[in-house]
Design a protein around this ligand. Structure first.
Ligand code: TMP
Length: 205
């Protein structure tokens, strides 16, 4: 009998308006079709406490260090309640955002020093990194046009172009720093083209 492959932890990332969330169920379905059990989740959130923190984080103004700490508090709970148990029972985990988002938004966007975020990362998940990070990338004007078509914008979505330039820049910097883990998906492409790219990436796992 062949040994089952180690369950994988896959994260979806990108600036607001990059369209990543619309592809989550597509990727989950691709894996399910291969007989893989999938746990789909998100950050901030993914647990009852995390979802309460999400509401606060997305709608309330706060000190930027408070924001970073609450992102990691939500993540600590998420790891303990959802991610680690799922991987331990053999599920693959797909998370709509993880720690790269904190580096991108609180680091690149809000300019919190990377060294502080690295300390929190070391504290909360010293031994776990995603096996694959799909970075859905679009230029800022494309993302802005998509957001402007949205009815009500949350605290992050209301930020200005220089903030998103910082977020996108940090995502791309991390993709260059960790090339074995990141795949950049050009999200200006049509839905069909993005799905074809995702199908090829997932087939390679
Ligand atoms: P979502 O709209 O993709 O669900 O993400 C919620 C927002 O939270 C999004 O604007 C990015 C932001 N965010 C951070 O600022 N830091 C983080 O660590 C995470 C996970 C999300």
């Amino acid at each position: 009998m062949s040994t089952p492959s180690k369950p994988k932890f896959i994260t979806f990332e990108g600036i607001d308006g990059a369209g990543k969330s619309s592809h989550l169920s597509f990727v989950a379905d691709l894996l399910a079709a291969r007989g893989i059990r999938v746990t789909s989740t998100r950050e901030p959130g993914g647990t009852p406490l995390g979802e309460q923190l999400r509401t606060v984080l997305l709608h309330q103004k706060m000190h930027l260090e408070t924001e970073a700490l609450l992102m990691f508090a939500s993540r600590r709970e998420h790891l303990a309640q959802v991610i680690e148990p799922a991987l331990a029972r053999g599920d693959w985990v797909i998370s709509d955002r993880f720690t790269d988002a904190t580096f991108a938004y609180q680091g690149g966007g809000r300019q919190l020093p990377v060294a502080k975020l690295e300390q929190l990362e070391q504290w909360v998940h010293p031994h776990l990194q995603p096996d694959l990070t799909l970075l859905f990338d679009v230029p800022l004007d494309v993302a802005r046009a998509r957001l402007d078509a949205t009815r009500s914008l949350d605290k992050f979505e209301q930020e200005q172009n220089d903030f998103f330039a910082g977020v996108r820049g940090e995502y791309l910097r991390r993709a260059a720093q960790f090339p074995a883990r990141f795949r950049i998906v050009d999200s200006t492409q049509s839905m069909a083209q993005v799905r074809a790219a995702l199908t090829a990436i997932m087939a390679s796992l």
